[in-house]
Design a protein around this ligand. Sequence first.
Ligand code: ZN
Length: 195
Amino acid sequence: MARCYRNRKATADESCRLTMPYLRKRGLLSGQTTGKISWTSSMTGKKTAVGLTVDITTDDPCARLVYALTDKGGNKTDYDYKVSLTTTDCNFGGVRYWFGCPDCGRRVAVLYLALGDIYFRCRHCNNLSYHSRNESSPYGILGQTSREIDNLRGQIKRWTWRGRPTRKVRKLHALEQKVGIISSQAITHLNKLKA
Ligand SMILES: [Zn+2]
């Protein structure tokens, strides 16, 4: 039986989100099911529809995704691939389902099809491709460096050793300095755009 769900809103960053709780809510995680989910971009009004066939009756449960995307040049390309599904036991009995990210294999509850991208991927893979797409932009570098700083800050257990900053703390200060420099570059960049 085919089910059709319309007008899912794309998120603020214009990604189409495919979430496990949504599939469960719609009864797509029982036996063999077929459904269709569509998203409408709040910016462009463009609709993205994904056909979904879920089969959890085999030893190798998977969700098959079928959709077509049109690139900037107006060329339409069809996509048809399987995403593996895995389960973990729930505390209160039953199992919880997860997607295996088609890119990195990570076990995730949400897959994203980002604007301008062609495959659903996990958040981690999306960030990577997002930043490689935006490498030259000061904002892209700024975002990446800020994340590095957050990450490093979380790792620091000792701030000084024998009265001197530890290696990680020195690296943190260097990154903070880098953010300062890039921020001023970003402001210059912004002013240029305004002018
Ligand atoms: Zn991934």
